[in-house]
Write a protein of this length. Structure first.
Length: 239
């Protein structure tokens, strides 16, 4: 299996990411023109991990995204459903507690984490379980805890949106062929980004899953958006 369609099943997506695991971080760096490093820094600031806090980094891939949280002294659990990704991550970062898990059925108890975050992974359950994943993240978060979602989104400036769409569908596939171990996976990536809901629509889904104080901030002109929400403390209502 080299490419999953937009009505993909979880095992198809996992297989696809297994195929790209070895060169995943390099490919992302090239395809994003280095912007992925900026985005990771913004995620780390938004999560605001503190010493001794428990952080869930869902869809962590090779666990590169987990390193900023670990450096704060927080206990971070990188979790992904691609065993290929986790193998590469364990080889590169053997001290991290990498964990296999499905976003729609997380292997953690209720109210476990001070913060949960997922970067560029929620889109991969969009046809079968985005809302289920948002509820699962809510379930494993402690009351008063927070969620930070970093995901490709919709540029707010029309000319940029046009240029970006052209890049996704025309430039990205040949670049991926040059640097990726499975370029067809990046054709799927482009298609899944085009189908993803815009910023207000994702915010509404967070609210429906139970999160409160939901807000978002655009990065790179809206190519990427950071969404944030909180799990109400005991006795608090939503707002």
């Amino acid at each position: 299996m080299t490419r999953a369609s937009l009505n993909k099943q979880p095992h198809e997506v996992a297989s696809m990411f297994d195929d790209v695991a070895e060169r995943y971080d390099l490919t992302n760096d090239v395809l994003s023109l280095g912007q992925d490093r900026v985005w990771r820094k913004e995620v780390a600031k938004a999560v605001d991990a503190r010493p001794a806090q428990k952080i869930l980094d869902l869809a962590a891939g090779t666990a590169t995204s987990s390193l900023p949280f670990a450096r704060t002294g927080a206990y971070v659990v990188p979790c992904d459903f691609s065993l290929g990704m986790l193998r590469v991550g364990k080889k590169n970062h053997p001290w991290l507690p990498l964990t296999a898990g499905d976003a729609t059925k997380l292997p953690f108890k209720d109210d476990t984490f001070d913060a949960v975050t997922i970067s560029f992974g929620l889109r991969n359950v969009q046809s079968t379980g985005t809302d289920t994943a948002l509820r699962e993240l809510y379930r494993v978060t402690k009351p008063g805890g927070r969620v930070v979602i970093c995901e490709f989104s919709h540029p707010t400036w029309a000319p940029l949106r046009t240029v970006y769409t052209e890049y996704l569908m025309r430039a990205l596939p040949p670049v991926a062929r040059a640097v990726s171990s499975n370029p067809e996976a990046y054709v799927y990536l482009a298609e899944s980004i085009r189908e993803w809901p815009d910023q207000p629509a994702l915010a509404e889904r967070l609210i429906e899953a139970g999160w409160s104080k939901v807000a978002w901030r655009n990065l790179s002109g809206g190519i990427v958006a950071l969404h944030r929400g909180f799990k109400p403390s005991q006795g608090q209502g939503q707002s």
